[in-house]
Design a protein around this ligand. Structure first.
Ligand code: 5GP
Ligand code: ZN
Length: 114
């Protein structure tokens, strides 16, 4: 998608610090980390957020959640806990309109989230 920062990161046009990549998914470090571990899981397919999902995306999102868990375990945060966050719409803080999942860990997290 033209003018999408995350599509440009996925294509390599914009550099990123990669943690994992395969045909479906790119996992990178967030450029402004909000926790000691702050990764972004980006499906390579462009869609805006969960409102923009099609039924054909169901398996992809399940895969992303499983991969987030695997990475959290690999990074040593399984016991302490970790948070997966995903914003839908500018009103709740979505700033990049290519769906992505934040994987955050390594500090205390409040609930409810702010
Ligand atoms: P949102 O606010 O849409 O849920 O999250 C967007 C996230 O993307 C933010 O945490 C922001 O720091 C991150 N971000 C924005 N631009 C870039 C970039 O060019 N590279 C990386 N690695 N992260 C970015
Ligand atoms: Zn995109």
């Amino acid at each position: 998608m033209e003018n999408c920062i995350f599509c440009k990161i996925i294509s390599g046009e914009i550099p990123s610090r990669k943690v994992f990549e395969d045909d479906l998914l790119l996992v990178i470090e967030d450029i402004v980390p909000q926790a000691p571990l702050h990764l972004l899981l980006l499906p390579k397919k462009h869609f805006i957020n969960c409102v923009d999902m099609a039924a054909e995306d169901d398996a992809l999102v399940g895969y992303i959640f499983r991969k987030a868990g695997e990475i959290a375990v690999e990074k040593g945060f399984a016991d302490a806990g970790f948070r997966i966050a995903q914003n839908n719409g500018a009103g709740v803080g979505q700033s990049v309109f290519h769906i992505h999942f934040h994987l955050l860990a390594g500090r205390e997290f409040a609930w409810p989230p702010g």
